[in-house]
Design a protein around this ligand. Structure first.
Ligand code: PMP
Ligand code: GLU
Length: 397
């Protein structure tokens, strides 16, 4: 007999990680899978950061760290917030966690009571939805359409806000759409937050450096809501450090203190070696951030050009991150003569089987008419993947 908690039964497995695992398994069986499923830079961590990690081992940073992170790391983050984002977060308003994913759930566990409503803007990153459930909250989905560039309008938020709404989760540049809100669009959303007492906004800015047009704007830079913003960020994407697991928040002091208390019972803080590597990453700029951003821009152009040649896909050209989210409704209800495609997840499975290309169905992103393609891979593989997809999709009638 197995006894699982209701809490864990409520959760779905992460669709992005599940697809990544599936393609790894198929590759291990000798299949020539091209994986465009996982959102992670294909670059290695820059050498100067790796050196700092090695040095941390030799220097015996092997004891429990402070729960919220080493002082030098929180000072480096505080400086980064000030210089790059125009935000004033003192080191005691900063908590370092095991990746941005951990930072997000920490905040939710500290702020959400059973039955509290949390607004999520669809298409959304898969984990927001399940994290809200895990924290006992009720996800309230507000849908942004492709016609509106996958962006939610302030009036759409106004109509769903109730006395129980505690939090809005905001993400720009967006995973999965790659869309970037303008300063004006963000300010309009900030005004909505300011009009509702007791409403907070958690802004996930993990893709801030991968932006192709204009500048990244931090939600907390709108002074009139600074006290109601939790800024989440991390080093995974900007510094190609997904495996090091470093994320952090800048937040009102009472939230940072609550998260510190939670981590004190949960993780006792973050791996010391990774923290020291993170200090080095933030203190120096060897040009790799820009090099990676430029490569993603080139690939975006390549992928969008090739996607436009595939009949039936509708796209919006992404302005940041490394994802593109085509609308695939044209293919729903169609068949290759053997199997009918009813959902975007089924289309993703079809592409895996017929084209040996792994993408993620839109269902778990709150985008049932779309699929997500991660273009964080080499130009050659992207060209080959698009060729294979085009061929497989032409069979659907
Ligand atoms: N937010 C978004 C939007 C993401 O795409 C990711 C990537 N998985 C994360 C947060 C968390 O990344 P990490 O836990 O590696 O910092
Ligand atoms: N952010 C990446 C993605 O969305 C990594 C996978 C994950 O953490 O879910 O694919």
């Amino acid at each position: 007999m197995e006894y699982l908690s209701d809490r864990i039964k409520l959760l779905s497995a992460s669709a992005t990680l599940a697809m990544a695992q599936k393609s790894r398994e198929l590759k291990a069986k000798g299949m020539d899978i091209i994986s465009l499923s996982l959102g992670e830079p294909d670059f290695n961590t820059p050498d100067y950061i790796k050196e700092a990690g090695k040095k941390a081992i030799d220097d015996n940073f092997s004891k429990y760290p402070p729960v919220s992170g080493y002082n030098d790391l929180r000072e480096a983050i505080s400086k980064k917030f000030r210089e790059e984002n125009g935000l004033n977060y003192t080191p005691d308003q900063i908590v370092v966690s095991v990746g941005g994913k951990h930072s997000l759930i920490n905040v939710m566990l500290c702020m959400i009571n059973p039955g509290d409503e949390v607004i999520i803007l669809a298409p959304y990153w898969v984990s927001y939805y399940d994290q809200v459930l895990l924290a006992g909250g009720k996800p309230v989905i507000v849908e942004a359409t492709l016609e509106n560039d996958f962006k939610v309008l302030p009036e759409q938020l106004e109509v769903v806000i109730t006395k129980k709404t505690r939090l809005i989760i905001f993400n720009s540049p967006s995973n999965p759409t790659g869309m970037v809100y303008t300063r004006e669009e963000m300010e309009a959303i900030a005004r909505v937050v300011s009009r509702h007492e007791g409403l907070y906004i958690m802004t996930d800015e993990i893709y801030e450096h991968i932006i192709f047009k204009g500048e990244h704007v931090s939600m907390a830079s709108f002074d009139f809501i600074y006290d109601r913003v939790i800024t989440v960020n991390g080093l995974s994407k900007s510094y190609a450090m997904t495996g090091w697991r470093i994320g952090y928040i800048g937040a009102p002091l009472w939230i940072a203190k609550a998260v510190d208390k939670l981590q004190g019972q949960f993780t006792s803080g973050v791996c010391t070696i990774a923290q020291k590597a993170a200090v080095a990453a933030l203190r120096q700029d060897d040009g790799s951030r820009k090099m990676m951003r430029d490569a993603f821009l080139r690939r975006r152009d390549l992928v969008c050009k090739l996607l436009k040649e595939i009949k039936g896909f509708k796209i919006r050209v992404p302005q940041g991150a490394f994802y593109v989210m085509p609308d695939i409704s044209h293919f729903l209800g169609k068949s290759d003569g053997e199997k009918k495609i009813n959902t975007s997840d089924e289309l993703a499975l079809y592409l895996l089987e017929k084209a040996q290309v792994a993408v993620v169905g839109g269902d778990s992103f709150g985008a049932p008419k779309c699929i997500r393609i991660s273009y964080a891979t080499s130009d050659d593989l992207l060209v080959e993947a698009m060729k294979r997809m085009k061929k497989a999709l032409e069979l659907l009638r």
